[in-house]
Design a binder for this molecule. Structure first.
Ligand code: MEV
Length: 445
């Protein structure tokens, strides 16, 4: 294999040719595969091509919806982009459960974003440096007026800048820590541009100052994806006796449910899986609405560790006979900017949700996370997780086995009152086909 120079400069066809010739035993088959995922509308394909570098084709994951989400008194049908079989079903099940029990109550606690200019100043007179900073604070803000103008008219902008002395952790290390309200945008580009402006102004002001040490090294200017002040709370509640459903004894269910939450609060091994289930719901909405799920993931897990030990994002209690289950989760989301007005399916999701503001999208997304956790815990403390999970995964197994539509229907019917396992599915498939085992058939995949 030869190293290639200037790959990104090649035309798309040449990129594909190089790739399939170098990495595939059957280049023609690989080419057909890539092309089969091209969009029929060349304008949409061009849009996709231009999202990233070296686009060759598109990578599909399923886009489903979960109806009946009653959030703050309004009914939503949530868009969920996810490959995991049982996630949409679990969301829809929780939505159905809570729609007649008051629904989800969601509220944004704060929407503040944070960014830093990380720099080194090795001067000795810290008190004078702090005084200098206080004197130039207004200039720092003023210097960014052209960039913040539009955001200020929308009610956002810079909220605050502070000088943070970090020299006890690293010699000479200081930060300009700034807080922002980015209105309906996620605001990454806005924040990063402002921080780079602050850094320039800081350098100039230091050069002009009467500080004895004027040597400053800007290390980097970057927003923080840790946004514990961009926080939303979502909760569901009902009298314990209303938890009756599917023959569940309400008091026993509430007791076991609270225990399951408690275990996730105190045991990091469980908390990670518990929170992963929450992120099944959150990531699906984040992806479907064109937001940055990597940023959300990074932030959420840091937040889950904020007290020094990784813990549950959700909590539950029973007080005076009322069951209450809630999540506090940092979600830095946008409904304008990025690909929100570009990607056709993202636009579709926003329309489906009634073109929410960023705050409303935070509220909706938190509900998806809480719903997912409710469904997971409900299964875990009652039937076990595999019943619902394998029911949804069954079609994946049957597709792997290249079962016909008739075989699929017969096997789905067979498992209606049983929990499917991989072994049992293969077994019933072989019996139905009249074969001893899978070695008797030639699977394509
Ligand atoms: C699977 O994707 C998610 C669960 O493991 C979450 C949980 O255990 O709470 C079911």
């Amino acid at each position: 294999m030869k190293q290639i120079k200037g790959y990104s400069k090649l035309a798309k066809e040449a990129k594909i040719e190089w790739l399939i010739d170098n990495y595939f035993e059957q280049p023609e088959k690989a080419l057909q595969m890539l092309k089969s995922y091209w969009h029929l509308d060349s304008n949409i394909q061009k849009l996709h091509d231009e999202f990233i570098e070296n686009t060759l084709t598109n990578f599909y994951i399923p886009y489903g919806v979960a109806p009946n989400f009653l959030i703050n008194g309004k009914l939503f049908c949530l868009p969920l982009a996810i490959e995991e079989s049982s996630v949409v079903a679990a969301a829809a099940k929780a939505a159905k459960f809570w729609v007649n029990r008051g629904g989800f109550k969601s509220s944004v606690i704060s929407k503040t974003k944070i960014g830093h200019v990380h720099f080194i100043w090795s001067g000795k007179d810290t008190d004078r440096f702090i005084e200098f900073f206080e004197n130039i604070k207004a200039d720092l803000i003023e210097s960014t007026n052209p960039i913040t103008k539009n955001m200020r008219t929308r009610g956002g902008g810079i909220l605050d800048i502070q000088l943070k002395n970090k020299t006890s952790e690293e010699p000479g290390y200081y930060q300009l820590e700034a807080r922002f309200d980015t209105c309906d945008s996620m605001g990454a580009n806005f924040i990063n541009s402002l921080l780079e402006d602050f850094a320039q102004t800081l350098k100039h002001k230091i050069a002009e100052s009467n500080l004895t040490d004027k040597d400053i090294q800007i290390v980097m200017c970057i927003l923080s994806n840790y946004t514990p002040e961009c926080l939303v709370r979502c909760e569901v509640s009902c009298p314990v006796q209303d938890l009756n459903d599917d023959d569940i004894e309400p008091t026993e269910f509430a007791k076991n449910f609270l225990r399951a939450v408690r275990i996730a609060e105190i045991e990091p091994y469980r908390a990670v899986t518990h929170n992963k289930g929450i992120m099944n719901g959150i990531d699906s909405v984040v992806l479907a609405t064109g937001n940055d799920f990597r940023a959300v993931e990074a932030c959420v897990h840091a937040y889950a560790s904020r007290n020094g030990k990784y813990s549950s994002l959700t909590h539950a209690e029973v007080v005076d006979g009322i069951f209450r289950f809630w999540i506090d989760v940092p979600l830095s989301l946008g409904t304008v900017g990025g690909i929100t007005t570009l990607h056709p399916m993202v636009k579709f999701s926003h329309e489906l949700l009634g073109k929410p503001s960023a705050a409303e999208l935070m509220e909706i997304t938190a509900a998806a996370g809480l719903a997912q956790n409710f469904s997971a815990l409900r299964s875990l403390v009652t039937t076990g997780i595999q019943k619902g999970h394998m029911k949804m995964h069954l079609l994946n197994i049957l597709n792997q086995l290249e079962a016909t539509e008739e075989e699929k229907s017969a096997i789905v019917e067979y498992f209606k009152d049983k929990v499917p396992t991989h072994y049992a599915t293969v077994d019933i498939f072989c019996k139905l086909r009249g074969i001893k085992d899978l070695s008797e058939i030639n699977l394509k995949n």
